[in-house]
Write a protein that binds this ligand. Structure first.
Ligand code: HEC
Ligand code: HEC
Length: 308
């Protein structure tokens, strides 16, 4: 570095390299300085308008540190709460309308139906999916809701009744009533019907004389009769004439098991458990749903099953 400035009169810093490389003191261009001051002004203005400056007591934890509120009194949490209040307002409007309408009327109103299906999806996930699967596809031991095969009836009225009051199918155990031969014949009967084959006259005879008929109906399809309004009369007995098996894996052994030990038989160890809990009225506090929720769920389940 030179001791004397070899470029006297020049606006340099006095730092030189390789004889003539040097650092100058030229001010930055005006536009650049303008932008610089403007950004500082912006920072100050922003700090006045929005929450920014920490205030005592000082804390290291950002979530606890207090700060100035800003002249606009804006905050992201406030904005979020206002948004939520708006959503609640819209929701309340829908809920009020739903409270005054029947499930049938909701089904006929496209706007309300859309709202109902969207909001019930969440409730279904919380209260029903653990047993029936998130899409109503069923689980071992729990019936499929996403088809048009119903134990208790698939009209809105019947579905509402099911959710409101719960269901508990009842089939007696036949281990001490039927001979082994008769159990085999009847299990084969269920398999034949399920696979679309004609069942033997002997099997139909047993079906009628051994009491199966009283619950499974004269056609073995789970329907005892039909009311003038279209509702089926049913005690929740499975349809034996379709391919669907209520108790998995289905087939001969599975049918035999159900016939031998029945459904929901107290004191019969191997009986099939099939209890749909009660969600309405004085149902258990944990599972209790309000009237609107049940109405909406009935519509939701009805639509899952393709309606009836
Ligand atoms: C603890 C398990 C469980 C929960 C939770 C549950 N269900 Fe069920 N549900 C069942 C069982 C078991 C049956 C079959 C009852 C029977 O076999 O008689 C059933 C039957 C039904 C049926 C009748 C199906 C038919 O074919 O007729 C409907 C509808 C239904 N449930 C809807 C719901 C809805 C909606 C919810 C949520 C609010 C729900 N279930 C929650 C176990 C459950
Ligand atoms: C008191 C009424 C009742 C009687 C009597 C009865 N059942 Fe059932 N049965 C039911 C009910 C209810 C179910 C289904 C339970 C459920 O899904 O919750 C059922 C289910 C079945 C199943 C299982 C079907 C499947 O898809 O897994 C078979 C098989 C069956 N019954 C055959 C018979 C035969 C055969 C007889 C006569 C010996 C008979 N039942 C008598 C009520 C009855």
């Amino acid at each position: 570095m030179a001791d004397e400035n070899p470029f006297p009169g020049e606006n340099n810093t006095g730092h030189f390299w390789d004889d003539n490389l040097r650092e100058l003191r030229n001010p930055p261009p005006r536009w650049w300085m303008n932008a610089f001051w403007l950004s500082i002004a912006w920072w100050v203005l922003y700090g006045l308008l929005y929450p920014m400056w920490p205030t005592p007591p000082w804390k290291l934890d950002q979530t606890e540190q207090q700060h100035t509120e800003g002249m606009l009194a804006w905050s992201s949490i406030k904005e979020f709460k206002e948004g939520m209040a708006q959503v609640e307002e819209v929701r309340a409007e829908y809920e009020n309308r739903i409270a005054q309408m029947s499930a049938e009327e909701i089904l006929a109103d496209p706007g309300l139906l859309q709202y109902t299906l969207a909001s019930s999806k969440v409730v279904f996930g919380d209260y029903c999916a653990a047993c029936h699967g998130s899409g109503g596809q069923g689980n071992p031991g729990y019936p499929v809701l996403a088809d048009n095969d119903w134990l208790w009836g698939g009209t809105l009225g019947k579905i509402t009744e099911t959710i409101n009051g719960g269901r508990k199918g009842n089939m007696i155990a036949h281990q001490n009533i039927l001979s082994e031969q008769e159990v085999d014949t009847l299990a084969q009967f269920a398999v034949d019907l399920s696979e679309g084959r004609e069942a033997s006259a002997e099997a139909w005879g047993l079906f009628k004389t051994k009491g199966c008929f009283g619950c499974h109906g004269p056609e073995a399809n789970g329907v005892i009769g039909t009311l003038p309004n279209g509702d089926v009369i049913s005690v929740g007995a499975a349809n034996l004439t379709d391919r669907l098996w209520r108790f998995r894996p289905g087939g001969f052994e599975s049918a035999k098991h159900t016939i031998l030990y029945g459904v929901n038989q107290a004191g019969v160890e191997q009986t099939r458990d099939a209890v749909m809990p009660k969600f309405g009225g004085d149902g258990s506090a944990a599972g209790r749903l309000d009237e609107n929720q049940i109405k909406k769920l009935a519509v939701y389940v009805h639509e899952l099953g393709g309606g009836q």
